[in-house]
Design a protein around this ligand. Structure first.
Ligand SMILES: NC(=O)c1ccc[n+]([C@@H]2O[C@H](COP(=O)([O-])OP(=O)(O)OC[C@H]3O[C@@H](n4cnc5c(N)ncnc54)[C@H](OP(=O)(O)O)[C@@H]3O)[C@@H](O)[C@H]2O)c1
Length: 282
């Protein structure tokens, strides 16, 4: 059970803190069962004061006493942090990496031992406990490991489980990079509001609230987006006139192309990252 597990978070930056906040506020874990590490003493002092968790600047010490280890450092340094902690990592611990673009195979080849390993791709909405997180498991991770990891990431949003090899780059292209697309769309809608005479403040507020309300409606009604679109387009009305213009401008094709190109970019970056891991190894 998650509540009984000792969890260490290696690297308490933006995501690390989002994890601590989610775990504590959802009561999925107890502060005394979480141990945070970082190279910056000020960050550790802050999480200790704010959440009551244990802290240390010593990664090795944290990993050693934990049942679950979450690596939340930047992708560029995860190889060296994994190596630093390697001698206290074994099959008795569940190892989770949230490093963007770092494939499971790269971690496995870096540590050269059998591990219960899970990779997670969260997104920036973790900061408001609305992350769309996707999990993929290494060959030794058990069903219980996957359930435990999902419980951890459900505390900062919602999560699903997928097979990495086929789809993790697609996930990075859709939900990992997706917030950037939505921010652009909200900004563009706000510009549109200003163009038709609204104040910038009102236009931005209305754009944000419209996106939030539409997402909530989709989630709560479970209706197909096409059906909800049909419900708000009256014959000869304003919405259908707007939609006609969006379709003429290629909005749908542009979004499909954007996700496709981001997926390809994720693949390329994963290959570079794997090469770097192999170089570090040698
Ligand atoms: N942010 C996102 O939206 C997002 C989305 C998906 C996945 N991710 C992944 O999540 C991971 C963390 O991202 P983030 O945005 O939270 O990064 P971040 O804010 O930079 O957090 C990483 C933390 O680790 C610290 N650190 C550096 N070296 C360390 C070491 N040797 N031992 C322990 N801690 C160390 C950093 O300190 P310094 O700042 O002093 O270096 C920083 O506080 C990344 O791998 C990223 O790819 C992030």
């Amino acid at each position: 059970m998650l509540k009984d597990k000792k969890i260490s978070i290696i690297g308490t930056g933006n995501m690390g803190e989002a994890l601590v906040s989610g775990l504590i506020s959802s009561e999925s874990s107890k502060p005394e069962n979480i141990i945070c590490t970082d190279i910056r003493e000020d960050k550790l002092r802050m999480v200790k004061e704010k959440y009551g968790v244990d802290t240390t600047e010593n990664n090795l010490q944290a990993v050693e006493v934990s049942n679950v280890v979450i690596y939340a450092v930047k992708p560029q340094i995860i190889a060296s942090v994994l190596k630093e902690t390697s001698r206290v990592i074994d099959m008795s611990k569940l190892i989770i990496s949230i490093a963007a673009g770092v494939p499971l195979a790269a971690i496995e080849s870096c540590l050269k031992k059998d591990l219960r390993l899970i990779r997670v791709m969260p997104n920036i909405a973790a900061f408001v406990k609305e992350s769309a997180s996707v999990l993929a498991a290494g060959k030794n991770a058990t069903k219980e490991d996957i359930q435990l990891a999902m419980a951890i990431f459900d505390s900062m949003g919602k999560s699903i489980f997928l097979k990495e090899n086929i789809l993790m780059d697609a996930i990075t292209g859709l939900s990992g990079s997706g917030p950037a697309y939505i921010f652009l769309i909200v900004d563009a809608l706000a510009d549109a509001g200003v163009k038709v005479g609204l104040s910038r403040e009102d236009a931005l507020f209305l754009s944000i609230q419209t996106v939030l309300g539409s997402a909530k409606l989709l989630l709560e009604t479970r209706e197909h987006p096409g059906r909800l679109k049909d419900m708000v387009t009256s014959p000869g009305g304003t919405a259908i006139a707007g939609i006609h213009t969006l379709e003429k401008g290629g909005l749908r094709t542009t979004l499909i192309n954007a996700v496709e190109v981001a997926t390809e970019r994720s693949k390329e970056l994963g290959e570079i990252m794997t090469k770097n891991f192999l170089n570090e190894e040698g």
